[in-house]
Design a protein around this ligand. Sequence first.
Ligand code: NAD
Ligand code: UGA
Length: 464
Amino acid sequence: MKIKNICCIGAGYVGGPTMSVIADKCPNIRVEVVDLNHKRINDWNDDNFDNLPIYEPGLDLVVKRTRNKNLFFMTDVNSAIEKADMIFISVNTPTKLYGKGKGMASDLKYVELCARQIAKVAKSDKIIVEKSTLPVRTADTIKKILENTGNGLKFQILSNPEFLAEGTAIEDLMNPDRILIGGMKNKEGKAAIQSLVDIYSNWVPKDKILTTNVWSSELSKLTANAFLAQRVSSINSISELCESTGAEINELAKAVGADSRIGNKFLNASVGFGGSCFQKDILNLVYIARSYGLDSVADYWEQVIILNDHQKKRFSDIIVKTLFNTVSGKKITLFGWAFKKNTNDSRESPAINVADALLDEQANLIVLDPKVKSSQIYSDLDNLKTRSSDKNKSLLRFESDPYKASKGSHAIAVLTDWDEFIEYDWVKIYHNMEKPAFIFDGRKILDRGKLQKIGFEIFTIGYV
Ligand code: NAD
Ligand code: UGA
């Protein structure tokens, strides 16, 4: 089937950028991105491209080229479903917070709602594409709902997981390492796979488009995220050993990564990995393994999360210990709140845990982040429910000027790897601070030698 109309349900970090690029590369396809969240859709339609709901380098240019030409952001889900030949489900699949599987399994209620709505509204056969990250065999659930509640129409379900990373989403979408499409191996399934292959072939070389059965595709996505997170936990575990032995983590990562079998990417020790997916997807993998009785498999992957929690906790412990075992009433400035640079996303950011631990010790925090809004920072802390919202407001302040933010501080903790932190006038910052002036670099981005010469006491992850 030649696809002319696409609907994408979910205008978030995946749906928005992914559909913008498809619209850009396929001018003959009309792409409608729908969401229940009116504010989000209004922001996607804002005349000022600085107000798009997602910050991604290059995204504004792609949206400028396509919006209201063949890319439309709207809240009318039913009309978009009705028109579409192909529907991408790009809704959130967070960790379940209630009932069976609480704290581990993926909550599929939003995916199920999409399937039910499609079944109710559709008046013609459609190809349904799982873009969200889903537990293996979810396509079965979607198929059952569509077949049992639909109007006797034919639906093909494909799995087409997204591998973009935030901060580099546009680059990743324009030049993906691979596109993965899973489908049924029967005649109709193969035809549906070909329809999606034809879309990606507009800009992705054929040899990078992999087709598999549905279950391999669903499980590959969870596995890829688990492997990536595992590398971060592996290097973070060694960073602690470096701090005890005098081995230096960057020298070590270079030496280890030079082995072409290991490779040099994703070996950057840090205060811990964050983001909306690594933890959620590994917890889900662990849950699935346990549900098949595979406890050794589950225990193996759970360790990646345990190590990450340890890394975040030990970073805040180091701050307290270094500041003479008390931070009560002391001003500590946090540089960075986003879970990585070049995004405004702070979901599961290690900054949240570090801040929470320091607030427990009654520190006064000043937070600076180039893209995360203060309302988001307060809401991240309030969601932990460790203390009242009023208490969080009284102990933490947002500041956009680095020199004002660090004035009178006892310590600065670098929690996100924003490039601009490196360029700050560190001499000026030093003179403004209480002495001894401490820096805790959780991202290894600052020049230790230079800062020590200025007079700072500096702790860097993975260094003595
Ligand atoms: P998100 O929360 O940013 O966006 C999801 C959107 O779906 C929200 O705006 C929500 O309002 C909307 N939505 C939920 N139910 C809906 C419904 N029934 N009808 C219409 N809209 C609905 O989430 P995200 O970060 O874009 O992630 C989406 C999926 O993609 C997840 O499964 C995630 O694991 C996966 N993923 C995310 C990334 C990433 O970098 N964020 C990368 C790869 C894969
Ligand atoms: C990750 C994957 O890289 C994507 O392929 C995947 O599509 C996505 O998850 C998803 O499924 O959501 P993302 O979380 O956006 O992408 O960003 P990453 O670059 O993977 O970084 C994740 C976290 O690990 C960040 O906190 C980052 O700072 C940290 N990290 C990464 C390290 O601490 N060290 C490294 O060497 C690499």
